[in-house]
Design a protein around this ligand. Structure first.
Ligand SMILES: [Zn+2]
Length: 106
């Protein structure tokens, strides 16, 4: 229950921060996320672009094994293998992931 609360809090933060997309800010944010990931593997403070792994479409609530940053957005993956698969064609995989997510909401 506590975990679910944390995730929805993150989601609210992600929505609230949408207005601040200056390039320099985004870069600084990316660096912060990179070092946070490298240092602690602490994903709890990261705002993910999606709640899904855009490679295998598993919900990230099941656990995050790796992340990728594309255009200032953080994508989470259940494993490094999923990230590697995603990184072969990030643009196409983001499109496919978003389409998958929309189909889930119907
Ligand atoms: Zn996966």
């Amino acid at each position: 229950m506590k975990y679910i609360l944390t995730i929805s809090t993150l989601f609210v933060f992600a929505l609230a921060s949408c207005g601040h997309n200056a390039n320099e800010q985004t870069k600084a944010k990316e660096m912060k996320i990179d070092s946070a990931v490298a240092a602690k593997k602490d994903f709890s403070k990261i705002q993910f672009a999606s709640k899904l792994d855009y490679s295998c479409f598993m919900p990230l609530t099941a656990g995050v094994g790796d992340t990728a940053i594309i255009d200032g957005k953080v994508y989470g993956f259940c494993s490094k293998e999923c990230k590697d698969e995603f990184m072969k064609n990030p643009a196409a995989n983001i499109k496919a992931g978003e389409a998958h997510e929309l189909s889930m909401k119907k």
